[in-house]
Structures are given as structure tokens and as C-alpha cells.
Design a binder for this molecule. Structure first.
Ligand code: PRP
Ligand code: URA
Length: 208
């Protein structure tokens, strides 16, 4: 499974700001948006382009454009919503599918509760958006649901990944591509990533 941790000074800098304990809601949202744009840029690097002719200001010329724009973003509710604007800033034409899954606080098992996917998702590349890849349960469940619908090209972008989550996805879905801004140390006994960000959904929505 391709796993890429984006090693870039801007990402390191922004992640450092995002990790501050007393960060305010606005800064958390803005940084999440900015980092998500960079992760999206990396995640679509393999997109195929083709040449086409246009009327340039001085002459006819050949330029390149994206051949197949069937890409759907797929935020996992709720925290993944915080990454949508950043991803859309790179690909304003992208469709948005939504997956509602929460993690049971005691068992840490994913609980699906809502799904609204683009029709014919089997024809699309799906890019899952979730700030936190912790045990990997929520994402593994989501990838399983997408595969049942016939979707074959599935990637995910994450602000922070835990080694446990990466390992789980490598086992459950070896073809799933991971792009993350950081690989952290481990999970604590409540399934939170250390050093991590805390509860990303609470920070994005202000529910703390
Ligand atoms: C968080 C996070 C992921 C999930 C990660 O969501 O946004 O979706 O936990 O954990 P996992 O890898 O162990 O499954 P949460 O369930 O807290 O819901 P929220 O987005 O509504 O806050
Ligand atoms: N969900 C979060 O928001 N943070 C974690 O560290 C783990 C799951």
C-alpha cells in the first residue's frame, strides 16, 4: 500500500501551529484547510492529463488538461468536513460524497449512521478526508463500503496518522493509498493519537 508522509517545510510549520494546546477555532480551521490543500495536491499527482488546443492570446497552442475529472471527495463526518474547502480549493470541480461514521467511545468500533454517495461511484476516484487516522477502524469501514459499491481507486488524506491505523489499513486494504501530514508515535488507552491534536472534530466545530 502506498503510504506517503508529506515532508515539506510548509507542512511541518503549519502542523507545529496546529498542535498548540491553546489554538483558537479560527486558526485550527484555517490551518486544517491549508494543509488539506497541500495533501490534496500530493494525492492527485498521478492524475492523467491529455493535450488539447486552445486560442492563446498570441496564437493557437497546445496545453494539457486533466483527462478524467471523475473525482469525489469523501469527508467522514464530522471532522472530515473541516478538510473539504482545502481539497476543493485545488479541485473546484470535484463531487462531494459524505460518510457518517462515529467511533464508539468505549469499544472504539466504527458505527456507520449516514451515507450519501455520488451516483455511479464505481466510476470515480474517491479521496477520503479525515483529520485523524487512529485505530483505522473508521477508514477501513469506509473503504469496505466503497469497495462494495464497486469503487476501486480509493485514497485518503489525513492530518495525523498513528502507526496502528496505518498497519490496520495495510492489512485490511493493501491497495488503499494514504497521504498524511504526520506520522505520530502511538495511541493512548482511549484510542487517541499521541502526541496528536486531541479531538479534531471538537476543535473544528467548537464543541468543547
Ligand atoms: C474521529 C476522527 C475519525 C475517527 C478516527 O471521529 O475524525 O473519524 O475518530 O478514529 P479511528 O481511526 O480509531 O476510527 P469521531 O468518531 O470522534 O467523530 P467526530 O468526527 O464526529 O468527532
Ligand atoms: N479522533 C480524534 O479526533 N483524535 C484522535 O486522536 C483519535 C480519534
Amino acid at each position: 500500500m502506498p503510504v506517503r508522509f508529506i515532508d515539506h517545510p510548509l507542512v511541518s510549520h503549519k502542523m507545529g501551529l496546529l498542535r498548540k494546546k491553546d489554538i483558537d477555532i479560527q486558526s485550527f480551521r484555517e490551518l486544517t484547510t491549508e494543509i488539506s490543500a497541500i495533501l490534496t495536491y500530493e494525492a492527485v499527482r498521478d492524475t492523467v492529463t491529455e493535450s488539447c488546443s486552445i486560442h492563446g492570446w498570441s496564437s493557437e497552442l497546445t496545453v494539457r488538461h486533466i483527462k478524467d475529472k471523475r473525482i469525489t471527495l469523501l469527508p467522514i463526518l464530522r471532522a472530515g468536513l473541516g478538510m473539504v474547502n482545502g481539497a476543493l480549493s485545488m479541485m473546484p470541480w470535484a463531487r462531494v460524497s459524505v460518510m457518517g461514521i462515529y467511533r464508539d467511545e468505549v469499544t472504539l468500533q466504527p458505527v456507520p449512521y449516514y451515507e450519501n454517495l455520488v451516483p455511479n461511484i464505481a466510476d470515480y476516484t474517491a479521496i477520503i478526508l479525515d483529520p485523524m487516522l487512529a485505530t483505522g477502524g473508521s477508514v477501513s469501514e469506509t473503504v469496505g463500503i466503497l469497495k462494495k459499491q464497486g469503487c476501486r481507486k480509493i485514497k485518503g488524506i489525513f492530518l495525523v496518522a498513528a502507526p496502528e491505523g496505518v498497519e490496520r489499513l495495510q492489512k485490511d486494504h493493501p491497495d488503499f493509498e494514504i497521504y498524511a501530514a504526520a506520522l505520530d508515535e502511538k495511541l493512548n488507552d482511549k484510542g487517541y493519537i499521541l502526541p496528536g491534536l486531541g479531538d479534531a472534530g471538537d476543535k473544528i466545530f467548537g464543541t468543547y
